[in-house]
Write a protein that binds this ligand. Sequence first.
Ligand SMILES: CC(C)(COP(=O)(O)OP(=O)(O)OC[C@H]1O[C@@H](n2cnc3c(N)ncnc32)[C@H](O)[C@@H]1OP(=O)(O)O)[C@@H](O)C(=O)NCCC(=O)NCCS
Length: 509
Amino acid sequence: MAELCRRAFLSRNKRSRVTAESQLYYTTPSRVACVGAEIGELVDNRSLPTNMLASKTVTQLSRSMGTLPQRSNMSSLKNRLQELIPIKAAEIKKIKEEHGEKIIGTCTVSQAYGGMRSVKSLITETSLLDAEEGIRYRGLSLPECQQQLPKAKGGEEPLPEGVLWLLLTGEVPTQAQVQEVTADLQSRAKVQDWVLKLIKDLPPDMHPMTKLNIGINALQTDSGFAKAYQEGLHKSKYWDHTYEDSLNLIARLPIIAAAIYRSTYKDGKLVPVDPKLDWSANYARMLGFNDPKIDEMMRLYLFLHADHEGGNVSAHTTHLVGSALSDPYLSLAAGMNGLAGPLHGLANQEVLRWTLDLKKKLGDKPVTNEQLSKAVWDTLNAGQVVPGFGHAVLRKTDPRYMAQREFAQKHLPNDPLFKLVSQIYDVVPGVLTEHGKTKNPYPNVDAHSGVLLQYFGLKEENYYTVLFGVSRALGVLPSLVWDRALGFPIERPKSITTEWVKKWAATAK
Ligand SMILES: CC(C)(COP(=O)(O)OP(=O)(O)OC[C@H]1O[C@@H](n2cnc3c(N)ncnc32)[C@H](O)[C@@H]1OP(=O)(O)O)[C@@H](O)C(=O)NCCC(=O)NCCS
């Protein structure tokens, strides 16, 4: 079969043969997608019964034609990804051929000035956000993920390693596949001593997100992508090195993040990686926590914050910087700098500060709704945002908030801070609605995470965005792998000036 397709393909291609790889690659505009597209067409023409069968055949065909690297010891995850890439590439080629000139969105003058809200101009495969329903990871809502993704032994929350598999492949992994990812990450979880020393030597008052950025950039010295590119890397291999760097990064981030925590807030002693534990439990242990409930909270936290489609600041920045072929370390570090903004990831720290300030002001007595309402109005009248409320896309309570609320109801129903945050949930939407500006008066993910972290003893709110960052890597790095696999070009939207708008407006109908 593979030989048949190969001959059929080669006979259609009249160009002189350089190597099987480059000939296929350059058949149509220089995108690896084209290779998959050609192969996909050939396979389609032979009416294979299912995608799965097609995918296997495409992979074999791809290997026989030299478009994909031959590998021994390749993990099941990477293997599966390798099978899926040509299928996706073929699908996209077909979509572009059939619908490439159709308009999927427009951009008004207000949108151009207004942060491009709702302008449909990016492709991100890993997740999609619905304004009413919230995020879906590869088509699965968060409750569906909670139901379907494998759990740790005795646990109820999905293992983030399964989320990684889902986001990369679009498929729900088996328990065995997730265990393999855990083991793969364990084997990659090594950070050089000089990087750990560098983190330790950073000033205690430097913000943990700045330290995270320095840590990721320090890890960059290990980038296989950057090294291979320097040595001359064929485009068809970009995704492979991006995948390897991404998995290394995901494995090493908890070590960096724990080192930041231990050196900023504790005695600086580092807890080694425990090969018996999953990614989240290991992170909890390296932070210094040893309680199965904290492991569960960590799994929930790392699962919930992983991805929120492609337009948010951290995802978009990672993609944008990555589009210049900056390696995954540099791309993620850029995204993390965006996450460190108070309107984005840093809001979780701000929520807690706002809530604790309020408690301090009002003392230990129970807070009345009137007092709460006044505090919210004071914040608004001071020209500040109420952290943890509102969203650029969502128009309902964030399901990530609800998932954390359910966890709190199960594990800490009588916690005073949980009760206060629940009361804030009762009061703030009404005030924001009355205020009349915010399009979405409901809480987002950041309004709740601090409660859980405080309860389990992670009290230092300036650290919270680092946890968010570790989780966000699970979403934005798989996107980067796909960007490279599909040969997405450097991103370069057109900007205009106000002078341009004025001239254009004078002639526009
Ligand atoms: C998330 C956020 C940045 C979205 O911004 P956005 O898409 O511009 O939101 P809107 O379209 O609803 O904003 C309209 C107006 O309401 C204001 N607004 C939005 N959320 C608000 C909030 N929580 N408190 C006070 N004002 C708010 C905006 O600042 C804007 O004011 P402006 O017209 O004076 O510039 C915004 O809701 C916010 O700042 N929330 C608080 C920070 C936060 O929780 N961030 C985490 C998000 S996951």
